[in-house]
Write a protein that binds this ligand. Structure first.
Ligand code: HEM
Length: 121
């Protein structure tokens, strides 16, 4: 039986496996292609902190995802097809390894943010 997402190690696993899929995905990999290794490493730390805050209320994330994605969208339009692909890769990644309350929360949160971003970017 699959375990729930219970700690930072589990979150890292989700994020790392998600981006492994993103990097080889023809629909959305181009958004991430121009990130150098150093930028990637920083981005990963931001994403771990973001999800830790969502699931465990650490208070350690203080970014502004809407602003970040507006900037991305201005440089490189992000449309329905891209959000749809992002979400299906994310959901598949969580489901591959985890099941439970936190796993559901993570997927729901991603869906909610994607919906808001699509309206507001
Ligand atoms: C097609 C859809 C999406 C694309 C192409 C995309 C792309 C990106 C990229 C390239 C960055 C790095 C920005 C940088 O460091 O310069 C980023 C950051 C981020 N993304 Fe997305 N993203 C998408 C959807 C989502 C969704 C649905 C979520 C919901 C959880 C999300 C959450 C975040 C967060 C939290 C950051 C860090 C923001 C910050 O504090 O700077 N993204 N995204």
């Amino acid at each position: 039986m699959k375990q729930d997402i219970n700690n930072t190690t589990d979150i890292k696993k989700v994020v790392d496996q998600f981006y492994a899929k993103v990097k080889s995905d023809e629909t959305i990999r181009h958004f991430f292609n121009n990130m150098r290794e150093e930028h990637w490493q920083k981005h990963l730390l931001v994403m771990y902190a973001f999800w830790e805050n969502v699931l465990f209320h650490t208070g350690e994330y203080n970014g502004n995802p809407l602003e970040t994605h507006r900037r991305i969208h201005q440089q490189n339009p992000v449309g329905f097809v891209h959000f749809h692909r992002w979400l299906s890769l994310f959901t598949a990644t969580v489901d591959e390894s985890f099941a439970g309350k936190n796993a559901d929360k993570m997927k729901e949160h991603a869906r909610g943010i994607a919906a808001v971003m699509q309206q507001k970017i």
